[in-house]
Design a protein around this ligand. Structure first.
Ligand SMILES: [Zn+2]
Length: 328
C-alpha cells in the first residue's frame, strides 16, 4: 500500500501501481509541491521497465511551484531550485550530472532485506520473499539499519509516538518543512523485496547521491518510514501515517491489537510492541509537529494481473484518491 499525503493531512492520494509487474525504474526524484507532477513520476517510473531488474538511472530535479503555501511562505522559496557553485557546492547546472547508483540501490534493498527474509525460491541469497510484520524483531533490526544508514549520511533522525522514522538532511534553510520521500519497511507475511521497501531505499539512495556530491539544498530533504503501513499485523492499513495526518486518533492506533496472538497467547497492542522494540518515540505523531513540504513515494504493488495476461510490462491506468476533508 502506498500513500502520498499532503502536509496538511487533508489529502491522501494512493498511487496504484497494481498492474506493474515489478521492476524497473528509470528516474526518480521530484522536488515539487504540485500534485500533478506526481503523474510525471509515474511516467518516469514506467519509461524503461525491464522485467525482474530495476534500472534506476537518473535523478530528475524539478523546481517546485508555488502551489503550496506553508506558514505564509511559498514552497518555492525553500525548494531545491538553486544549488550554488560557491565553496565547492555544485552549480544548478550540474543537476543533470547527478545520477543514482543502481547497483548500490539494489545492494541497499538486499542489505535491509536480511531482516525478515523468508520464502526462499532460488539459490541466490537474495532470492527470497519477506515476512517482516510491523514491530516484530526483524522490523526492529531493519529500523536500526535505517537509522544508522541515515545518520551516516549526516541526517538528523527522529522517532514519533507511532514509531514513524524521519531522517532529514538539512538544507540552508533548516527551519523549512522538509521535502520528504519514503514509504514503509514492513511487509505482508508473504511479501516481496520491493513494495514499500523500494520507496524507502530509493529515498536513501537519493540522499546518498546528494551527500557524495556535496550538494547543498535550499530546504531540508528527508526520508520517512511509516509504521504498519501494510496493516498486516495490526489491522488498520496506513494507520501511523493516518495518525500523523490526524485522521486516526493516537489512542485508537496505540490500542490496535495484533491479528494473531503471540506464543504466549496474548495479542499485543501497537503501543506495547513499540515500547518493546524501543521505537515509541517522543515526537508528537502529527503533521503539526513534523510538517512536510510534500511527500513522494516510489512504490510497487505486486499483483498477478500481468502474469495472468502473459505480459511483461504494465501501464498505470489511474490513481485512486481518498479525501479526508472533501477537498483536494
Ligand atoms: Zn506497500
Amino acid at each position: 500500500m502506498g500513500l502520498y499525503q499532503s502536509y496538511q493531512g487533508s489529502r491522501i492520494i494512493k498511487l496504484e501501481l497494481c498492474d506493474v509487474h515489478l521492476t524497473s525504474v528509470d528516474c526518480v526524484l521530484f522536488f515539487t509541491s504540485s500534485i500533478s507532477v506526481s503523474f510525471l513520476l509515474l511516467s518516469f517510473l514506467l519509461r524503461s521497465l525491464r522485467e525482474y531488474r530495476f534500472s534506476l538511472k537518473h535523478i530528475i530535479l524539478l523546481k517546485t511551484d508555488n502551489s503550496a503555501v506553508l506558514n505564509g511562505k511559498s514552497a518555492g522559496n525553500m525548494a531545491v531550485d538553486e544549488i550554488h557553485a560557491a565553496n565547492g557546492v555544485r552549480s544548478k547546472h550540474d543537476f543533470s550530472g547527478l545520477k543514482v547508483n543502481q547497483s548500490r540501490l539494489m545492494d541497499g534493498i538486499h542489505s535491509g532485506c536480511k531482516y525478515g527474509a523468508a520464502h526462499r525460491y532460488g539459490e541466490d541469497p537474495t532470492e527470497t520473499g519477506m515476512a517482516r510484520l510491523s514491530l516484530n524483531d526483524a522490523d526492529k533490526q531493519v529500523r536500526d539499519w535505517f537509522m544508522a544508514t541515515a545518520e551516516s549520511l549526516n541526517c538528523k533522525t527522529s522517532v514519533d509516538q507511532m514509531g514513524n522514522l524521519f531522517a532529514i538532511r538539512p538544507g540552508k534553510n533548516s527551519s523549512a518543512p522538509p521535502i520528504m520521500m519514503g514509504s514503509h519497511l514492513d511487509t505482508q507475511p508473504t511479501g516481496g523485496r520491493y513494495d514499500g521497501i523500494l520507496g524507502v531505499n530509493a529515498g536513501l539512495e537519493v540522499l546518498t547521491v546528494l551527500h557524495e556530491n556535496n550538494v547543498e539544498t535550499e530546504g531540508n530533504i528527508g526520508v520517512v518510514n511509516w509504521t504498519n503501513e501494510e496493516g498486516a499485523r495490526f489491522p488498520m492499513m496506513a494507520v501511523s501515517s493516518g495518525v500523523w495526518a490526524e485522521a486516526v486518533p493516537l489512542d485508537t492506533a496505540w490500542n490496535l491489537a495484533e491479528v494473531s496472538p503471540g506464543t504466549d497467547g496474548q495479542r499485543k497492542t501497537m503501543r506495547q510492541e513499540l515500547e518493546r522494540i524501543g521505537y515509541l518515540g517522543p515526537v508528537q505523531a502529527s503533521y503539526r509537529a513534523m510538517p512536510m513540504a510534500c511527500h513522494f513515494e516510489v512504490h510497487i504493488e505486486q499483483g498477478p494481473v500481468l502474469e495472468i495476461e502473459r505480459r511483461r510490462v504494465g501501464v498505470v491506468k489511474g490513481m485512486s484518491l481518498v479525501s479526508l476533508t472533501g477537498k483536494y
